[in-house]
Design a protein around this ligand. Structure first.
Ligand SMILES: [Zn+2]
Length: 221
């Protein structure tokens, strides 16, 4: 009879992968993250939406969190959508948060992820083990992609399209801010001119009153 406490059959994943990434690889991942933090306001903890195949490579969400804190030096929350949980067989996955994607009949995990990724406001990081799919996601503006390539976990560099999009957005925002500043200046200038006009009027009124008083004084003598 096998010994139930014998762990030798446990999946060897995490321990084997602990130092799979090199320092320079992590530096690239962190630089990539910085791009999304600066341009799209991604904050700690990162919300990571995982594909079913990605999840199947780990024993628990906690394991992914731990690994991510080593790669990105950031806290993370691990998510899967309803469709992905369905794809996983509907069973519980330790520590996983379930994202309600509101897809009526469950669709494939990939289509579900693609749809969620197109909503720019989602502020999610997407995790996959599929290079082709990761490149597809990287075409969308402001979408960070975590790739598990063999045993290496990395945040992919923002694509050229993403960098161009971020640049165009930043320029548009700058132009808007400048226009706003100009308008404020114009308004302030107008208000100042009006105030000056009022003061002149008040002074003129006062001078007139004094002149009138003087004349009355002279007449009464
Ligand atoms: Zn879905």
């Amino acid at each position: 009879m096998p010994n139930m406490n014998d762990n030798s059959e446990e999946k060897p994943f995490f321990n084997d992968w602990l130092y799979a990434e090199s320092r320079s690889q992590n530096r690239i991942s962190r630089q990539a993250l910085q791009f999304y933090q600066t341009n799209y306001g991604f904050k700690q903890p990162l919300n990571v939406m995982c594909s079913s195949r990605f999840l199947q490579k780990w024993r628990s969400a906690g394991e992914i969190e731990q690994r991510l804190s080593s790669v990105l030096a950031e806290k993370a929350v691990i998510w899967a959508s309803n469709c992905i949980v369905q794809e996983l067989g509907g069973g519980g996955y330790d520590g996983l948060k379930v994202y309600s994607c509101d897809h009526q009949s469950s669709m494939s995990g990939k289509s579900c992820i693609s749809q969620i990724a197109k909503q720019q406001s989602s502020k999610l990081v997407f995790a996959t083990d599929n290079l082709y799919f990761s490149k597809k996601l990287l075409k969308l503006a402001g979408v960070p992609v975590l790739l598990l390539k063999n045993t290496v976990l990395m945040l992919m560099k923002p694509s050229r399209a993403q960098r161009q999009f971020a640049k165009a957005e930043a320029e548009a925002q700058k132009a808007e801010a400048e226009e706003f500043a100009k308008q404020r200046k114009r308004k302030a200038g107008k208000a100042e001119a009006e105030e000056f006009g009022k003061q002149r009027k008040r002074k003129a009124g006062k001078a007139e009153a004094e002149e009138f008083a003087k004349q009355r004084k002279r007449k009464s003598h």
